[in-house]
Design a protein around this ligand. Sequence first.
Ligand code: MN3
Length: 216
Amino acid sequence: MAFELPDLPYAKSALEPHISAKTLECHHDHHHRAYVDKLNKLIAGTSFEKMGLEEIILATAKSDQKPQTEIFNNAAQAWNHTFLWNCMSPNGGGKPSATLAKRIDDTFGGLGKFHEQFKAKATGQFGSGYAWLTASDGALEVRSSANAHTPMVDGQTAVLACDVWEHAYYLDYQDKRAEFVDVFLDHLVNWDFVAKQLAQAPSAGTPNKRTTAGRR
Ligand code: MN3
C-alpha cells in the first residue's frame, strides 16, 4: 500500500507571522509531497512495499548502495516531516508543563540553557539537517544530524525536531538561521507534543526493542 502525504495539523497561515503560508506551502505541499511520492515510486514492486515506514528506515539505514540509500533518504524525510509538523503549533512556544520543565531543568540547567544548547546544535549543523531533542534510556540529549538522518537509526527516540534545511526558513529569514531557531523555540514549539513523545519513550532499564531489532 502506498504511503500518503498527511495533512498539516493546522492551516498554512496558522504559524504566521513566524512562518509564512508560502513557506509552509513549499515545505509541505512540494518538499514533503516529493519525498512521499519518490518513496512510493522507489518501493513499488519490492519487498519494502509491505513494510511500515519505520521498518523501511531501519532496514535501509546502514546501506551505502543505491537504491537503498535513496529509499532511506525519502523514507526518513517522509517520517521527519510528519514528525516536524507536530512539533509546531499556532499556540506554541512559552514554557513546557511542570513535568517536562523539571526534566529540562535537571538535564540542561533550565529552559534558557536548553535554548542555548539546542540553538548551538541547530546553527552548528553545516548544510542541511536537523536539530533534535532526543531520549535514550530515559536521558534527554540535544544533537544535530545531517541531511535525512533520523534519531531512530541510533536507537534514540525523537522528542523534538527543528528542520534547518534552507527550505524550512529561507523565504522568511534568508541566511539568518539563528533568528529562525530563536523564533521556533520562543513561539512555535508544541511542548505538549514534546511531553507526549517523552512520556512514550522507553525509560532507563527497559529494553528498547527498536534498537535491538535494528542492530546486529
Ligand atoms: Mn524540510
